[in-house]
Design a protein around this ligand. Structure first.
Ligand code: SF4
Length: 494
């Protein structure tokens, strides 16, 4: 691999590096054909446009000329400056806001602005803001003291002022120097041990394949960055080694680091055994499935949400009206999408959901994970459901995710709906879709529904996706029952 000494570092590369050192390296040398498209970057860009829109003023201009003319807002400035020795640092400053000061243009200066998603200001936001601050300082020959971070909370744009301290500047320069070292290396930095970051990364396909090939411990469900380090300390460096160690030995070794580690020693050994042999391992004692094995039908329920405004915009249901161990004809399954256009139309939504639930009051409700019952019970409480109604509803939920976790160790990296469905062989009708993509479709549909016919196309894609989430939950439930039948036949004396 040829290293690239002349490649300028820009804010995009620094952002990638802060997230994962390997990602920055791959952005330069990686095979772009292996990169996946993710909806996250489009969501981020749309969010940034929304945030910046609130700062818009009558007095604005484009480029450095806007600063020379003392406009309140300057858009679209690109600057380069050697913030570290022998290396040009490029900054894309989509928006600068005029503030007090003494710049080369007069008795005013400009401060950097960025938009953030997520719950709080992170190191990434601070360092990127500092980098933009240092670049504008060099241009205007004045030290700006603060930058602005904008974010959306419940639909309202909030502005936070962030002091650009000397410590942050030192940390930024150290980071740029380390980033420079990484991109001058001929080999990529290791795969991050915090694999949660990989879920939204466009390089995940490539990295997953390498991690599996190398047997990285971070591949094992239940092993995060900290636990991986502890396992390395006691001489366990890959999945095979973990799968082969005896339980009592591992438990003893991990005891010195705390019971939270030693208590799950058996679980991580079984998990690594399942992953290294590619076999499903049934846990003992097996979880009894009697409460839904005999049932003559189910409702299966899945929600789509917009987390930024805490809005569950779609409550999807499918219904099957026979025993789950029978053959299921997916084409005949009836799907009911209950759309909640705005947050303040909850009362009619609750009435529709209640009607559906009462109409099928003998049917249990299958769902995958905690989100669905929590959201539905909260909705009921907000809409004045009685304690009896809430109790009755609680008794109807069956969490398939919990049943899988309690009954099986599976050769998967995580126990999310997509991973388990993939393991049992279920495919979504629309490939490369996920919750972020559905959210993007929803936002696009909402903003365009009165203008053109993207209206129905995007909404149909959301319905298809949500219907498939429900069917995936159903098929996992069926898999659980089918496995139980297979096991009982094996045990039956001939
Ligand atoms: S997939 Fe994970 S390890 Fe690979 S570059 Fe992305 S964040 Fe880093």
């Amino acid at each position: 691999m040829k290293c690239n000494k002349s490649k300028p570092i820009n804010d995009h590369l620094l952002r990638s590096w802060i997230r994962c050192r390997r990602k920055a390296w791959l952005e330069i040398y990686g095979d772009k054909q292996k990169k996946l498209w993710t909806a996250h970057s489009t969501l981020q860009l749309n969010h940034q446009i929304d945030c910046f829109h609130t700062l818009s003023q009558k007095s604005f201009g484009i480029g450095i000329q806007a600063c020379e003319e003392g406009k309140n807002i300057a858009y679209g400035i690109r600057i380069k400056y050697p913030l570290i020795k022998n290396r040009t640092i490029k900054g894309n400053l989509p928006i600068l806001r005029k503030t007090s000061g003494e710049s080369i243009w007069g008795n005013f200066s400009y401060q950097p602005v960025l938009a953030r998603q997520g719950k709080k200001v992170t190191r990434e936001h601070r360092l990127i803001l500092t980098m933009k601050g240092l670049l504008i300082n060099n241009l205007q020959k004045y030290q700006v003291q603060k930058g602005l971070i904008l974010h959306k909370e419940n639909g309202v744009i909030k502005v936070e002022k962030i002091r650009l301290t000397d410590n942050m500047k030192t940390e930024l320069i150290d980071s740029l120097l380390n980033l420079e070292k990484d991109i001058e290396s001929k080999t990529p930095p290791p795969i991050t041990s915090n694999r949660k970051k990989c879920t939204v990364c466009s390089w995940r396909k490539d990295c997953d394949a390498i991690a599996i090939k190398e047997g990285n411990l971070s591949e094992v469900s239940g092993i995060g960055a900290k636990r991986e380090l502890l396992l390395n300390k006691i001489g366990i460096n890959n999945i095979d080694q973990l799968a082969k160690i005896e339980h009592y030995k591992l438990k003893k070794k991990l005891e010195s680091f705390g019971t939270q580690h030693s208590d799950i020693s058996q679980q991580i050994i079984l998990q690594s055994l399942s992953q290294s042999t590619h076999k499903a391992i049934r846990l003992t004692p097996p979880k009894t499935l009697d409460n839904f094995k005999q049932a003559k039908g189910f409702l299966i329920y899945d929600i789509e949400s917009d987390p930024d405004i805490k809005h569950d915009f779609l409550h999807g249901f499918i219904r099957i009206s026979n025993n789950i161990s029978n053959e299921i004809n997916l084409k005949k399954i009836k799907y009911s999408p209950l759309l909640n256009l705005e947050k303040d139309t909850e009362s009619s939504l609750w009435k529709r959901i209640k009607r559906k639930l009462n109409h099928h009051k003998n049917l249990k409700i299958l769902h995958y994970g905690e989100t669905e019952p929590i959201s539905l019970l909260k909705l009921g409480l907000r809409q004045g459901a009685s304690p009896n109604e809430i109790d009755d509803l609680k008794k109807r939920f069956i969490d398939i995710h919990l049943l899988i976790r309690e009954s099986w160790c599976l050769p998967v990296r995580n126990y999310g709906l997509k991973s388990i469905a993939e393991f049992i062989g279920f495919n979504w009708e629309q490939s490369h879709t996920d919750g972020a993509r559905a959210l993007l479709w929803w936002r696009q549909w909402k903003s365009s529904r009165k203008l053109n016919n993207i209206y129905s196309k995007n909404l149909n894609s959301i319905f298809k996706y949500n219907r498939d989430d429900c069917i995936a939950t159903l098929m996992i439930a069926k898999w659980l029952i089918d496995q139980e039948c297979i096991q009982s036949k094996i045990k039956k004396p001939v």
